[in-house]
Ligand binder design. Structure first.
Ligand code: MMA
Length: 210
């Protein structure tokens, strides 16, 4: 009997030992499972993070329309002053002579020359440009701006021998945030940079210029 007991105890301890091993193994597999889960979760998170900006892409560019003379200009820094609130454009019977853009309360420099009478455009709060139709040869000849409220402002001769272009943002509910291009005594070339309005924009879907 005592021998048996001993054997039983031994058996018991063997069982105990093996169940401890099982528990240990269980612990390890539990650990590795939770690690694996954590890994999967992290990778999913990483995918999410990398997919986030791609889904949120809203900026696009149209251009550059025009000739290669003049000096390059880029008003990307001006967008920090706020959304485009106004335009000042000079044109003669052949070309766009100059363009000036107001960002928030701050006017950009004049691209081209400040000669002749300027046309001024004042936008409403939340109004932004959503299309620019134009024409160019070696210089910019004609520009027609359409806003998200359906207003249209055109400058320069509407007909001519130049190449026409239709600049529109790639992403919905985005507006003209700044311009770049080339200028000298005239506006040689122009490009349009579209992005989200810094403040909530009033966006409708008015008819296009045709
Ligand atoms: C300047 C010079 C040229 C440019 C024209 C028109 C008069 O010449 O900058 O390179 O093409 O102006 O802007």
């Amino acid at each position: 009997m005592p021998k048996r007991e001993g054997t039983e105890r031994a058996n018991n301890s063997r069982t105990l030992c093996s169940s401890r091993q099982v528990r240990f193994l269980n612990k390890i597999s539990c650990l590795s499972i939770s690690k694996m889960l954590a890994f999967i979760l992290l990778s999913l998170l990483c995918i999410d993070v990398s997919a986030g900006p791609a889904q949120m892409r809203v900026s696009s560019y149209s251009g550059e329309y025009g000739g290669s003379a003049g000096n390059p200009f880029d008003q990307s820094r001006n967008q920090l002053d706020g959304p485009i609130t106004a335009l000042r454009i000079r044109a003669d019977d052949r070309y766009i002579i100059s363009i000036q853009v107001c960002y928030g309360d701050s006017w950009s420099g004049t691209e081209g020359s400040a000669t002749g009478n300027p046309f001024n455009v004042q936008l409403f709060p939340g109004e932004g440009f959503v299309q620019v139709l134009g024409r160019f040869g070696s210089h910019v000849e004609y520009l027609a701006f359409r806003t998200n409220l359906g207003r249209i402002f055109a400058f320069g001769p509407s007909s001519g021998s130049g190449t026409t272009f239709d600049a529109e943002p790639l992403f919905p509910n985005t507006v003209l945030r700044f311009i770049s291009g080339r200028s000298g005594s005239l506006v040689d070339a122009i490009g349009f940079h579209w992005d989200k309005e810094p403040s909530p924009a009033h966006t409708t879907n008015p008819a296009k210029i045709t």
